[in-house]
Write a protein that binds this ligand. Structure first.
Ligand code: ATP
Ligand code: MG
Ligand code: FE
Length: 336
């Protein structure tokens, strides 16, 4: 079964062609990150306009690179939530028009479910159930993936997402947008004990998280250093920051895994590319005996392939959307 998959929830326009869920025939992506870098973050209205400009040509490219024609498409999958509402709407309307014109099924896919599915593409042997740490620009949660389409949130951030925290810290340090990858790079060789940064706990909710205090701590540190005219140890700060994020995420993921007892842990989303987080999880899983699944670096950030993969499993589970499919800025992952 061949699925044309569309993703436009943030600042990447992406269209992929995926066969039977796990074979990626093409994965065309147009990033707008350079455009938004000027503003230090994604400007929603610009994102929507850029998606409109890019999407049709990108779909043509995806078909060409897959070596198929429109008539070969069996279904159309599209991210319909969560994300920037105007941005998501562009993909949803494009996918609807393709499905309508070709008279093929339309499948709305939850974006974070898509991030989780990136693991199925990377690891042909991976099947639910497993526990997945989902860490991206707008979401941070630990999910019990009971089946391909049944999920429960075990813990989540009460405020900022981990990726957002990386981006804000990078912005105040003046090292660019999006900030996760440059922070990761800067941290290499830095002393991770150089700065004492907070690791927050949510009272009475051992699997929940909070990152806003960490963000504020970095902002205050930079502000105070600037006022006093003191130089900061940037690699040390980036390394201390990465350690604080990882120290928050890893123990909770391991606790969730113990609770579920599946013996399998995966991670997903843009922050899953973080080298400190990957190394710490590898170490923790070597100790606990859990099998760890890390998504390919190329599939951590937003892409169409992951939506095609999850769309396939949603289709198998009977999900069909109609021409009244709407876009949503927020949506619980357990609702699909
Ligand atoms: P969401 O998936 O929650 O809707 P999004 O789609 O904007 O948000 P992703 O594309 O999944 O988010 O991930 C982007 C985030 O990942 C950004 O915050 C970026 O800084 C972060 N990121 C990317 N690479 C790294 C890295 N190596 N270390 C830490 N963070 C990273
Ligand atoms: Mg992006
Ligand atoms: Fe994403």
């Amino acid at each position: 079964m061949i699925i044309l998959a569309v993703e436009s929830s943030c600042d990447e326009t992406a269209v992929a062609v995926v066969r039977d869920g796990r074979t990626v025939l093409s994965d065309a992506i147009a990033s707008q990150a350079d455009m938004h870098a000027t503003y230090g973050g994604v400007v929603p209205e610009i994102a929507s306009r850029k998606h409109v400009e890019a999407i049709a040509a990108l779909a043509d490219r995806a078909l060409r690179e897959a070596g198929i024609g429109k008539q070969d498409i069996d279904a159309v999958a599209v991210t319909y939530a969560p994300g920037l509402i105007g941005a998501v709407l562009v993909g949803v309307n494009f996918a609807k028009s393709v499905a309508y014109a070709l008279k093929k099924p339309l499948i709305g896919v939850h974006h974070v479910r898509g991030h989780i599915a990136a693991n199925y593409i990377t690891h042909p042997d991976l099947e639910p159930p497993f526990v997945c740490l989902c860490v991206s620009g707008g979401n941070t949660m630990i999910v019990d993936v009971k089946s391909y389409t049944e999920m429960e949130i075990l813990g989540a951030t009460r405020d900022d997402a981990a990726g957002e925290c990386f981006d804000k810290a990078a912005r105040v340090l003046g090292i660019g947008y999006p900030g996760g990858a440059p922070m990761d790079k800067l941290a290499q060789g830095g002393d991770d004990t150089r700065y004492d940064l907070p690791r927050a706990h949510v009272a009475g909710a051992e699997l929940d998280m909070s990152f806003s205090g960490l963000k504020t701590a970095v902002v205050n540190l930079v502000h105070n250093a600037n006022q006093k005219g003191e130089a900061l140890d940037l690699p040390g700060l980036a390394a201390s920051f990465g350690a604080a994020v990882s120290d928050t995420l890893v123990p909770r993921t391991m606790a969730a895994a113990r609770k579920c007892g599946y013996g399998k842990i995966a991670i997903a989303g843009g922050v899953a590319a973080n080298s400190r987080l990957r190394a710490d999880l590898e170490r923790a899983c070597a100790k606990s005996g859990d099998k760890l699944y890390l998504p390919a670096l190329s599939l951590c950030g937003d892409n169409g392939a992951m939506i095609g993969c999850q769309g396939y499993y949603e289709y198998l589970a009977g999900k069909r959307d109609r021409m009244d499919l709407n876009a949503y800025a927020t949506r619980d992952i357990s609702r699909g």
